[in-house]
Design a protein around this ligand. Structure first.
Ligand code: SAM
Length: 279
């Protein structure tokens, strides 16, 4: 392992601070600093940005972000056992790393960050999906972040970037792609982590758009896509019955055959339908 900083290798850090991985916190650590630097590079130019890192653990990705020149990193970690290891990184990068010990689902981070802000995280997968949905659905757009670079279980990553007429296409793809460019930037096998999880992983990079790709009311779009994909094998004229009278005419007006199924419909068509339903 090539050193990217003067700090000890992560295996030594874990041994010194007795950071035995806890399954209930989803602790699968990245120990290869070349890999964590690569993930940091996938987040784009960090030199002028504050970076919000969720779940730094022993600090592998944190060190990658700092070595790649992040202006400042704010790291939120639930496990207090990691704090001494993170304090050592903070000492090696004076004024560049602040750590909050808390639950990322509860901590208010905004008061600690200065735009432009990028979010980078290798999180437990359940927390990651919940945070992603929160970050994609703020009260006002554009959101506080410029980009999200997040590790997911491979199947979830595929759901985020999926295109119509594929198995993974669904609400998550529409939600992500409506207001972001989303792409998978890295695939990782289980052995990249210690301990190795059962599943493959992938890093997704999402860049926010200034405006939604197509105009639509977010709440209406969300209701339509929920109904359509809850019964994804049914024809839309049947799965969308709950949208009220005249849904068949509205589908036609949006350029959607009423006999089509949800997975055949593009984001642009769903947005057109949402405008007609709202209108
Ligand atoms: N970033 C480190 C790495 O790449 O090696 C650790 C990744 S490990 C998959 C997930 C980390 O998230 C753990 O350190 C865990 O303690 C932390 N974590 C789990 N749930 C959390 C939560 N709700 N808020 C903040 N941190 C959390």
């Amino acid at each position: 392992m090539a050193a990217i900083d003067g700090l000890p290798p992560l295996r030594d850090v874990i041994r010194t601070h007795d950071l035995v991985a806890k399954k209930q916190l989803g602790q699968n650590f990245l120990l290869d600093l070349n890999l964590t630097a690569k993930i940091a590079r996938a987040a784009g130019d960090l030199s002028g940005c504050d970076v919000l890192e969720v779940g730094p653990g022993p600090g592998g990705l944190t060190r990658g972000l700092l070595a790649e020149g992040a202006r400042r990193v704010l790291a939120v970690e639930k496990d207090a056992r990691c704090l001494p290891a993170l304090a050592e990184i903070s000492a090696a990068y004076p004024g560049k790393l602040d750590v909050i010990n808390g639950d990322a689902l509860e901590v208010d981070v905004l008061s600690h960050l200065t735009p432009p802000i990028r979010v980078v995280a290798n999180l437990p997968y359940n927390v990651g999906t919940e945070l992603l949905i929160r970050w994609l659905t703020p009260a006002v757009w554009p959101p506080f972040w410029e980009s999200l670079t997040l590790m997911f279980q491979k199947e979830v990553a595929e759901r985020i970037v999926a295109k119509p007429r594929t198995d993974h296409y669904g609400r998550l793809a529409l939600l992500a792609q409506w207001r972001c460019d989303a792409k998978i930037v890295l695939h990782l096998p289980p052995e990249a982590f210690t301990p190795a999880p059962k599943v493959h992983s992938a890093v997704v990079h999402l860049t926010r758009l200034a405006e939604p790709r197509y105009p639509a009311d977010g709440a209406v779009l969300s209701r339509i896509t929920a109904m359509a994909f809850n019964q994804r094998r049914k024809m839309l004229r049947s799965s969308l019955k709950g949208m009220g009278a005249g849904i068949e005419e509205k589908l036609v007006a949006a350029g959607i055959p009423p006999t089509a199924r949800a997975e055949e419909i593009s984001l642009e068509q769903f947005c057109a339908l949402a405008r007609i339903v709202k209108g």
